[in-house]
Design a protein around this ligand. Sequence first.
Ligand SMILES: NC(=O)c1ccc[n+]([C@@H]2O[C@H](COP(=O)([O-])OP(=O)(O)OC[C@H]3O[C@@H](n4cnc5c(N)ncnc54)[C@H](O)[C@@H]3O)[C@@H](O)[C@H]2O)c1
Length: 438
Amino acid sequence: MKITVVGAGYVGLVTAACLAEVGNQVLVVDQDQTRVLLLQAGGVPIYEPGLEECVRRNREAGRLRFAHSMAQGVQQAELLFIAVGTPAAVSEAIASALRRRGRSGSPFAVVSNPEFLKEGAAMEDFTRPDRIVIGLPAGAEGERARLLLTRLYEPFNRHHQRTVWMDVCSAELTKYAANAMLATRISFMNEIAALADRVGADIDSVRRGIGADSRIGHSFLYAGTGYGGSCFPKDIRALVQTAASHGLPMRIASAVEAINTEQKQRLLQLVLELMGPDLSGCRFAVWGLAFKPNTSDMREAPSRSVIAGLLARGAQVCAHDPVALDEARRALQHDLESVQLEPGQLRWCERPEQALQQADALLILTEWKCFQNPDFARLRALLRQPLVLDGRNLYDPQLLEQHGLAYLGIGRRNRLGVARLQQARGKQRQQQGVAALL
Ligand SMILES: NC(=O)c1ccc[n+]([C@@H]2O[C@H](COP(=O)([O-])OP(=O)(O)OC[C@H]3O[C@@H](n4cnc5c(N)ncnc54)[C@H](O)[C@@H]3O)[C@@H](O)[C@H]2O)c1
């Protein structure tokens, strides 16, 4: 089939590459000329596991092409996918391209086909989806679209039929409701984690205990420094606003967002509880910048607010991420536009150990696999103070303590931990220069 995908971002590129992989002729159109030139030259502007190879393979086979011109995209396509953040603008451009070609009389249908892919596993999600949701308009055009889309998704429906057909409005609400449900699980667990801290329970035990219930399941039950990315925050807000425009308060979704906003500050709060409000002279190592592992995406990443908060209080930050350093540099530059930093106050480190040197604490902000089992003895030796603040509950507290590292996570009896650390710091000050926090 001849397909045009508008938008060469996470969704557009993955969709285009996966559709080209099964033999379709795909043209990707993007308004960003630099991005188009990069793709035409064989580059891929984002990190997504498996994407680069798939793009290369299909580009070389002549099934995947890139262009800047919407007119060209409209001219060649039987099917047009809109994969941008502001679809209304694109539909206007498509309509005017259709008019210019004198094809405004030709039949067309606007279908809702929400994308459920997860960044970091997007290729897998596209090729083996849990379900394909398609919202069709009523009438003959809808039926024509049904035939076209049945054919399009046939290669991904081989095992069993995964397509769920419905009307357009229900398909759109399905997408918002799915993201809101997942975000709700995260905020719920973050709220329970706060209670766990107060009462002395361990959220990880609670997570395993409730996830084992088959009615609940294990996914999206991880307490942490809050969700980010392009989807959850945007879709929760859209849900709340849409409901408000119909005179309906979305009480759960509103609470989910409020909890998440607070949660993004949780690690910073822990730092302040331990070290006081003035952080000048303190240095922090940050491991993980992307909003989640296996992506370079920094949109609404919790690391942004934590780093900005540390810097605003005079701290030095040495930050490392295995993939997202360039994106992070751009994002923080934007966030800190009006902030005057000292030279060297914010450093970007290519290697995780570089960030640790002489740091007063290590902060974990993204649960990249490569952080899971570091050489703890070396880590302790590099840090100025043996303290780990684990925003993703990546580590076993006991194991870290065995390595002489003080540990605080999210919902892991932090109240007790903070009290103990403060006591130890008091002693340390008395004994001057004794670097034993435990
Ligand atoms: N990222 C995800 O995991 C994900 C998952 C499901 C759905 N979505 C939704 O899909 C949409 C796209 O998300 P994304 O993460 O791929 O965004 P993105 O920002 O990574 O990519 C969007 C691309 O579209 C281009 N673009 C924007 N306006 C355009 C226009 N008028 N004409 C041509 N090109 C245009 C931009 O230059 C950019 O390259 C969003 O609505 C998002 O909420 C995203």
